[in-house]
Design a protein around this ligand. Structure first.
Ligand code: ASC
Length: 150
């Protein structure tokens, strides 16, 4: 019997760790997608400020913003899986999970515009940045209107 005690302890610890992980997962996904959106907003906002003449245009800063956006733009959408509608404070509406096809369309629409904004922001041309910024912002807003509360 003595031999089995450490095995039992290990099994209990593994089970406890596993269930703790299972419970923490929606919260982790919610935080992950929010963090990715925060990073996007910072760098998208930087491009917007330049496009709208609210801060001086700097081609290097614009290119760096574009690199960040290229890296993060798809990430939030990997963390809206089943069961992540609650578990931490979230502004995601139930429609995200009720109308997944429409949510996917909204994601795709943004990716299409981002794929134009990124090279425009790296082109060294403020005019190109200006031309691509507005349409991308519209896709952000469109998705917020349908899928984000407040
Ligand atoms: C931003 C930002 C958004 C979008 C959105 C566009 O700069 O943080 O979420 O633009 O406001 O309408």
């Amino acid at each position: 019997m003595k031999k089995f005690v450490p095995v039992l302890v290990a099994l209990c610890a593994a089970t406890a760790a596993h269930s703790a992980f299972a419970q923490a997962k929606p919260e982790a996904d919610i935080k992950y997608r929010q963090a990715a959106f925060i990073v996007m907003a910072r760098h998208f906002g930087s491009l917007g400020a330049m496009a709208e003449g609210k801060k001086p245009y700097d081609a290097k800063v614009a290119a760096a913003d574009a690199d960040v956006l290229a890296a993060v733009t798809a990430l939030p959408f990997t963390a809206f899986g089943p069961g992540t509608d609650k578990g931490a404070k979230t502004e995601a509406k139930p429609e995200v999970w009720k109308d997944q096809a429409k949510f996917k369309q909204a994601d795709d629409a943004m990716q299409v515009e981002m794929a134009k904004l990124i090279p425009a922001a790296k082109s060294g041309s403020l005019d190109q940045l200006k031309a691509a910024f507005g349409p991308t912002g519209k896709t952000c807003k469109g998705c917020h209107d349908d899928f984000k509360s407040k």
